[in-house]
Every structure is written in structure tokens, then in C-alpha cells.
Write a protein that binds this ligand. Structure first.
Ligand SMILES: Nc1ncnc2c1ncn2[C@@H]1O[C@H](COP(=O)(O)OP(=O)(O)OP(=O)(O)O)[C@@H](O)[C@H]1O
Length: 257
């Protein structure tokens, strides 16, 4: 399912954050959003998810104006992996992930619901945690539960806000591999915030760099991940080489400018 963002402006009260964002993500694309802390990446995801209302501009999901969709209709189209879990710490993992099925629940929903839930737990590698209570989990375990919750929703669009936060290097790779596999298996459209530029270059087919409320660059990793991006967007001097192992750009960082 496609995501179209047209001339989007957004302010928190009087503080402008996004100023004229145009972004067209085709169905099945894997796009990484990058940029410095506070540049508006999460805000853009929240706007696309319908959790914030644009000051002006339009967002279309699969060609339908987001403003015309109910919360349930939005939840049938897109799932969001947020930076935190819902504040219900006494819930078990299974109970939480079951809630991911809510938007699809119809009169016969319960017949196939548990299969979808078990699949989501398995895909996110948290089947062994199913009966654990949320507030007893480690940061990395919680992260994978958040992914299971998003996967259980079984939507055409997956929005991920820093899916590798708190994860060790092995689990970072596992989560990004899983997202890539899901996208290939289900034809998912993936838009993810990633801080690790080398991961963005390796896993996304397109990188969008936000800077000062606008899109600074939008294109293939090799065209976007450049010394100019490091310097002008991140304020870091560095070089970009090609990773022999994967043929993707890799940043060699020197120092803050
Ligand atoms: N609820 C809010 N009220 C007021 N200002 C906010 C609110 N949420 C975010 N902001 C501000 O809006 C700007 C964009 O925040 P946002 O969380 O979108 O940035 P980000 O690029 O995702 O940052 P990070 O990489 O640190 O997660 C920041 O300056 C932030 O302080």
C-alpha cells in the first residue's frame, strides 16, 4: 500500500517542526528516515499514522485521504512500532500482542486470531516470552515484543520508530533481517527511522534525510550517504567507503565539526 505526503506542514503550538514535506512511497518500498535528534522524524511517522493532525497538507494511504479514515480503518492499513510500549505493565506478552489483532476482529475473528498471533510471536522471536509480564522484560526483549505487536496487526504499511534501539548487534541484525523478510513475503511498505546510517544503507532501498524541517536528500543509499550528508546534516567530518561485504555505503566517522 502506498504512502503519499503532500506539502505537509506541522507545528507543536508555535514551534514549527516540518515545513513542506513531499514524499511518495510506493507499495512495497523500504524507506529509511534519517536526521539529527529532534529534526522531526518521529513527528513525521506520527502524522502518517494519523496520531497528529497536520497544520496543512495531505497524507494519502493507498490513495485514500487519511483525514477521511476512521481510527479502525487506519489501523487496518498501517501498524506502528513506537519507541515505548503501552503503559500497562501487568499485561503478559500474549495479552498485549492479542491486542494487535483488534482492528481485524469481526464476528468470526476469533477462529483465526490465535494463528495470526502465534505467527507474530514466532516471527519476532518472542514465543518463549509469551507468558511473561511486560515489566519483567529486558529493553531488547521489549523491543522485539513491540515488533510482534506491529506484525500481528497484519497491515500493508509498517512504520517503525528506531526498531533497533536497545538491541545488541546480533538482535539489531535479526530485527532488520526480519523486517526485510516480512516486506518480501507480504509485500509490505516499510518506513523506518534509523539512527545507524550503515544499517540504513544496507537494509533500505531508499533513504530520506530530514534537515531543518525539510527533506534534504531522497534517493538510493549510494546517492544519499555522502560526506556532504555527514557534514551538512549531522555536523560530522567523515568519509564514505563501499562495504566489501554487501556493496553498500559505510561511514568512517572522524570528528564532530
Ligand atoms: N509533544 C510535543 N510537544 C512539543 N514539542 C515536541 C513534542 N514532541 C516533539 N517535540 C519537539 O519537536 C521536535 C521534533 O521531535 P521528534 O521527536 O519528531 O524528533 P526526532 O527526529 O524523532 O528526534 P530523535 O532522533 O531524538 O528521536 C523536537 O524539537 C522536539 O523537542
Amino acid at each position: 500500500m502506498s504512502v503519499m505526503v503532500q506539502d505537509l506542514h506541522f507545528s507543536y503550538a508555535t514551534r514549527p517542526v516540518l515545513a513542506g514535506i513531499d514524499l511518495a512511497v510506493e507499495a512495497g518500498e523500504f524507506v529509511a528516515l534519517v536526521g539529527v535528534n529532534g529534526c522531526g522524524k518521529s513527528t513525521l511517522l506520527r502524522l502518517v499514522a494519523g496520531l497528529l493532525k497536520p497544520s496543512s497538507g495531505r497524507i494519502l494511504l493507498g490513495g485514500t485521504d487519511l483525514a477521511a479514515l476512521s481510527r479502525r480503518q487506519v489501523a487496518q492499513r498501517l501498524a506502528v512500532l513506537h519507541q515505548t510500549l503501552p503503559p500497562v505493565p501487568a499485561l503478559t506478552v500474549r495479552e498485549l500482542v492479542r491486542q494487535g489483532r483488534y482492528p481485524h476482529r469481526g464476528p468470526l475473528g476469533l477462529l483465526w486470531e490465535s494463528d495470526s498471533m502465534d505467527e507474530a510471536l514466532e516471527l519476532a522471536g518472542v514465543t518463549h516470552l509469551a507468558d511473561r509480564v511486560l515489566d519483567t522484560l529486558s529493553g531488547g526483549e521489549r523491543q522485539r515484543v513491540r515488533l510482534a505487536l506491529a506484525v500481528a496487526q497484519n497491515t500493508g504499511i509498517l512504520l517503525l520508530d528506531e526498531p533497533t534501539a536497545h538491541l545488541d548487534i546480533r538482535h539489531q541484525l535479526e530485527v532488520l533481517d526480519l523486517v526485510r523478510a516480512l516486506r518480501e513475503a507480504r509485500g509490505l511498505t516499510v518506513v523506518t527511522v534509523l539512527h545507524e546510517l550503515d544499517h540504513a544503507a544496507r537494509f533500505a532501498e531508499r533513504i530520506v534525510a530530514l534537515h531543518e524541517g525539510r527533506i534534504w536528500a531522497d534517493g538510493r543509499p549510494a546517492d544519499v550517504i555522502t560526506p556532504a550528508l555527514l557534514a551538512d546534516v549531522f555536523g560530522v567530518a567523515g568519509r564514505v567507503v563501499v562495504d566489501d561485504l554487501h556493496g553498500t555505503p559505510r561511514c568512517l566517522l572522524d570528528a564532530a565539526i
